[in-house]
Design a protein around this ligand. Structure first.
Ligand SMILES: [Mg+2]
Length: 112
């Protein structure tokens, strides 16, 4: 299997997104609510580990599938804003590396 870049993923994910016009209020709301919903599915499954319903290893594949759903919605939120998933990933890594270098990984504030 060849390596899949984030931008390739975003292009292919887009083929399964039905909205034609990019950047509409509805499209932004739809994808954002979908992202939060899928993240909530992960939180709910992990809550059940805390509750003792099962062990983490029992739901590993389920979590992988839900993370895929989250990735799809992240990709489509980015698409709605005309953003490249590859560039988002790169910028995030650079931001975190800078914080680590300056000793401000911990703390608060988006622009520290
Ligand atoms: Mg899901």
């Amino acid at each position: 299997m060849s390596k899949l870049t984030l931008d390739e993923y975003q292009v292919r994910a887009r083929t399964t997104y039905s909205r034609e016009e990019r950047g509409t209020t509805e499209g932004i709301a739809y994808t954002t609510m979908g992202l939060v919903g899928e993240a909530g599915e992960i939180a709910n499954k992990n809550k059940k580990i805390l509750r003792g319903d099962y062990q983490a290893e029992d739901i590993r594949e389920d979590i992988a599938a839900e993370l895929g759903d989250v990735l799809w919605y992240i990709s489509m939120v980015a698409y709605e804003f005309g953003l490249s998933l590859e560039e988002i990933g790169q910028a995030n890594l650079e931001k975190l590396a800078s914080r680590k270098e300056r000793g401000v990984i911990k703390g608060s504030g988006d622009y520290r």
